[in-house]
Design a protein around this ligand. Structure first.
Ligand code: B1M
Length: 221
C-alpha cells in the first residue's frame, strides 16, 4: 500500500470508529517505514478533527465520538512506542493533565505523546484533575514543565486557579507553565499568568523543548 493510502486509511478508521482497522493500519505504517509522528498527526488526529467538525454540525453524536476516540487510541498504542526520542543531556520532567471538570483528553494525550517524543519524562495526571494535584506532582517530581489542557469554556477558570496554586506554594519560578486547548489563546495565557499557549500539540512540544534550556538546573535543591 502507498504511504498516502495508509495515512488516509488511518483517518478513515478513526472517522468510522474502527479500532481493529486503526490497529492494523498503524502496524502497516510501521512496516512501510512511515514516521510514527506523521501517522499520528496526519492520520489519526486528522480523523478526530473531522469528527469534531461533524459533531459541531450534528452529523455525528456522542457514541460516534467515543468510538472514534477508541479507534484513535488503538492506533496510538501501536505507534507511540516507536517514536524516536530526541537526544538531550538531561531528561526534563513534564507534569500534564486536563483541568478539573474536563474529561476531554485526546488533545492532552497528543501533547503528552509529542513531548514524550521530544525526550520529556511525562507524569500524566489524567483528566478532570483536582487543582492541587499539579503542585503536588510538580514538587514530588521536581517538574520542569506543567501542561494543562481544557476544551470547555466552563473549565477555563480552573487553569487560572492552577497557575495561582503555584504562586501560593512559592514554586511559580521553578516551572514553566503552558496552557492550551480550543478556547485558549496566548492572550488568555498571559492574563492568567501562564508562560504561553500554543495552538497544537507539535507547537507545544517544540516550545517546551526550547524553554527548559532557560531553567537553572539546581532550582529544586
Ligand atoms: Co465534548 N465538547 N463534551 N466530548 N467534544 C467539545 C469540546 C465542544 C466544543 C463540542 C460542542 O459543543 N461544539 C463542547 C465544549 C463547548 C465549550 O465549552 N465551548 C463539548 C461539550 C459541551 C461536552 C460535554 C459537556 C457534553 C455533554 O455531556 N453534554 C461533555 C463534557 C463533560 C466534561 O468534560 N465534564 C463532553 C464529552 C465528550 C466526549 C466524552 C464524548 C468526547 C471526549 C472523549 C475524550 O476526550 N476521551 C468529546 C469530544 C470528542 C468532543 C469534540 C467533538 C472533539 C474534541 C477532540 O477530541 N478533538 C469537541 C468539539 C470540537 O473540538 N470541535 C467537543 C480532537 C483533538 C485532537 O483536538 O483536544 O482540541 P483538541 O486538541 C488539539 C488542540 O486543542 C491543541 O492540540 C490538539 C491538536 O494537536 N491542544 C493543546 C489541546 N491541548 C493542548 C494543550 C497545549 C497546547 C495545545 O498546551 C498545554
Amino acid at each position: 500500500m502507498e504511504e498516502s493510502e495508509i495515512i488516509n486509511g488511518l483517518t478513515n478508521a478513526v472517522v468510522n470508529g474502527k479500532k481493529d482497522q486503526a490497529v492494523e493500519l498503524a502496524n502497516q505504517a510501521l512496516a512501510a517505514g512511515i514516521e510514527p509522528y506523521k501517522a499520528v498527526i496526519e492520520g489519526l488526529a486528522k480523523g478526530m478533527e473531522i469528527m469534531g467538525e461533524k459533531y459541531d454540525c450534528k452529523q455525528a453524536f456522542m457514541p460516534h465520538l467515543l468510538m472514534a476516540s477508541n479507534a484513535m487510541y488503538g492506533g496510538m498504542d501501536v505507534l507511540t512506542p516507536h517514536m524516536k526520542l530526541e537526544g538531550g543531556a538531561k531528561r526534563a520532567v513534564l507534569v500534564i493533565g486536563s483541568a478539573e471538570g474536563d474529561v476531554h483528553d485526546i488533545g492532552k494525550n497528543l501533547v503528552k505523546t509529542m513531548m514524550s517524543a521530544m525526550g520529556f519524562e511525562a507524569i500524566d495526571l489524567g483528566k478532570d484533575v483536582p487543582i492541587g494535584k499539579f503542585t503536588e506532582a510538580a514538587i514530588e517530581n521536581k517538574a520542569d514543565v506543567i501542561s494543562v489542557s481544557t476544551l470547555m469554556t466552563s473549565t477555563m477558570d480552573n487553569m487560572e486557579k492552577i497557575v495561582k496554586s503555584f504562586t501560593e506554594k512559592g514554586i511559580r519560578d521553578k516551572v514553566k507553565i503552558i496552557v492550551g486547548g480550543a478556547p485558549i489563546t496566548p492572550d488568555y495565557a498571559a492574563e492568567i499568568g501562564a508562560d504561553t499557549s500554543k495552538p497544537d500539540a507539535m507547537e507545544a512540544a517544540k516550545w517546551a523543548k526550547e524553554i527548559v534550556k532557560d531553567l537553572p538546573d539546581n532550582r529544586w535543591s
